[in-house]
Design a protein around this ligand. Structure first.
Ligand SMILES: Cc1cc2nc3c(=O)[nH]c(=O)nc-3n(C[C@H](O)[C@H](O)[C@H](O)COP(=O)(O)OP(=O)(O)OC[C@H]3O[C@@H](n4cnc5c(N)ncnc54)[C@H](O)[C@@H]3O)c2cc1C
Length: 291
């Protein structure tokens, strides 16, 4: 399979990339790792008239910690995110989830920015970004704007990115040492896209749960928070019984649709099981190496 003909640009600055984007309009696509876009082009499900390759653009690949935030450049590869000591120490949930994406070859090419911009509702990065309510920096010719993950995902493969903007950076809050976390997913085999995935963050003050954030992938046209389940956790002491009840709550508050990968009821069953499992796992003792 071969894509339809297209013009190809390989700028080396973000400003030049933005200029080309402005000149060529809606029929232009940005090329990052190509792991989603190129298959779509080969199947002719996407037929951009021009491609702007971001791979030579300087300043889009980095992972830095600044105070209570970890900043990650949009062109940083999944494998770099999964193996970075900065991410593993400050944001281990993100490292764990990035390591679950596809296979080594996919992780070596695919980028965090490409995954977020593509906004596949079963992908790991959008789910984790929502759990953290990460900040996404969108750059246009008029400057930067910062959008939170809860405002970024608008629907199936649809985001708040305007046609003339480029996602340049994603910012994640550093987890406090007290924050417990887990990432769970069910895929038909290792390396496949998840059918359902769960990212959770729990903070306990005294003996009660103070903060609970649960994000789900694979149950809607975008990643969603299980707000009813979160509510049910707050102010309660962690226990196996509570986690089982909260799994039921999460399963009852989602409205998945059936597709060739799984039926609605099976997805609900996965939500129930994976939420319970994520909550139990978040309580287990981990040493720093367990990412
Ligand atoms: C066999 C296989 C298995 C896979 N398994 C998984 C999996 O288990 N989990 C998973 O999450 N993904 C999986 N993927 C997809 C992979 O993670 C992709 O890397 C990711 O979805 C897209 O990132 P990319 O860098 O390849 O983006 P590209 O494919 O280059 O681009 C994707 C889209 O994002 C836009 N875009 C890219 N970068 C930017 C930017 N900086 N600003 C604005 N728009 C931008 C592009 O224009 C395009 O529309 C798999 C892919 C394959 C081929």
């Amino acid at each position: 399979l071969k894509p339809a003909a297209f013009d190809y640009f390989a700028p080396d600055t973000i400003e030049h990339a933005l200029q080309i984007l402005a000149e060529h309009g809606d029929d232009t696509k940005l090329l990052a790792g190509g792991q989603s876009l190129v298959p779509l082009m080969n199947l002719r499900l996407a037929r951009p008239r021009a491609l702007i390759d971001l791979n030579r653009v300087k300043g889009l690949t980095f992972i830095v910690r600044e105070g209570d935030w970890i900043r990650i450049g949009a062109m940083t590869r999944h494998q770099q995110v999964a193996t970075s000591s900065v991410v593993r120490e400050g944001c281990p949930l993100l490292a764990r989830a990035a390591g679950n994406i596809g296979y080594t070859a996919i992780r070596n090419r695919g980028t965090i920015g490409g995954s977020l911009a593509h906004a596949d509702p079963v992908s790991e990065h959008p789910c984790v970004a929502l759990a953290f309510d990460a900040q996404l920096v969108l750059r246009g010719l008029r400057g930067d704007r910062v959008v939170t993950a809860s405002d970024f995902f608008r629907g199936y493969l649809t985001t708040a990115l305007a046609a003339d903007e480029i996602l340049t950076e994603i910012r994640y809050p550093v987890l406090s040492p007290q924050t417990r976390w887990s990432f769970q997913e069910f895929a038909k085999k290792t390396g496949d896209f998840a059918v359902v995935a769960v990212a959770c963050l729990i903070e306990i003050g005294g003996s009660d749960i103070q903060v609970a954030r649960i994000a789900l992938a694979g149950v809607a046209d975008r990643p969603v928070r299980a707000t009813g389940a979160e509510q049910r956790l707050r102010g309660r002491q962690p226990s196996a019984e509570l986690f089982s009840q909260v799994g039921d709550t999460a399963a009852s508050e989602v409205h998945p649709t059936s597709d060739i990968h799984a039926g609605e009821n099976y997805r609900r069953h996965l939500v129930r099981t994976l939420v319970r499992r994520a909550l139990s796992d978040s309580m287990s003792d981990r040493d720093g190496a367990d990412v």
